[in-house]
Design a protein around this ligand. Structure first.
Ligand SMILES: [Fe+2]
Ligand SMILES: [Fe+2]
Length: 199
């Protein structure tokens, strides 16, 4: 089994988003695009802050700079879609999902590092799941193709975080922590109200 397949199996979400969420998004796709743009911009910023925080680790620096650029590229694409619809950028909205996941980061340099990578991977996995649902639900056309591409990209990002974690931590430690975080994430997502937003 290749490492990528192992990564995909390792972060296997434990709550499947319901079709009610997809329907909520499709009823106000403009609002969803505004939120999506914000999510990409924050993902880019988070990757850049990680590159700076782990400046002593060349693999992290290089991967996070690449990731930051790719997320910023997604941001640019979403803003293009917004502009075409006459929508204007908005200030960042609070993301309860991301904030609560980040509260799970443990103290201590090694624990914090592992948790940041794994939480990063889980956020990417949830993004991939939900963008995939949107792609599936949209009628054939360029918007559907865009969300298909985004889904593939976020899937790759999930795998990237797991791969980076494996450069520093034992498989057993990763598995144990992923298990805890996935349980928390499932409980968290289940409790969030459906909004025309990624989370
Ligand atoms: Fe992205
Ligand atoms: Fe991503």
């Amino acid at each position: 089994m290749t490492l990528i397949h192992e990564a995909a199996l390792m972060i296997s979400l434990r709550y499947a988003t319901s079709s009610a969420w997809t329907e909520t998004v499709l009823t106000d796709f403009d609002a969803f695009l505004l939120d999506h743009a914000g999510a990409e911009k924050k993902a880019s910023g988070m990757a850049m802050s990680m590159a700076l925080h782990y400046a002593d680790k060349p693999d992290i620096v290089s991967a996070m700079i690449d990731l930051s650029i790719e997320e910023l590229d997604h941001f640019r694409e979403v803003v293009k879609l917004m502009t075409a619809r006459g929508l204007r950028l908005q200030k960042d909205a609070r993301d309860a999902y991301v904030n609560q996941l980040r509260q799970q980061l443990r103290n201590g340099r090694a624990h914090y590092f592992l948790d940041r990578l794994l939480v990063g991977g889980i956020i990417e996995a949830r993004g991939a799941e939900r963008f995939g649902l949107i792609a599936e639900a949209l009628p054939p056309g360029s918007l559907k193709d865009f969300y298909r591409d985004i889904t593939r990209s976020e899937d790759r990002h999930r795998d990237l975080f797991v791969k980076l974690a494996a450069n520093y931590f034992d498989q057993s430690e990763i598995t144990r922590r992923v298990d805890e975080l996935l349980d928390f994430e499932a409980m968290l997502v289940r409790g969030l109200p459906h909004r025309p937003a990624l989370h």
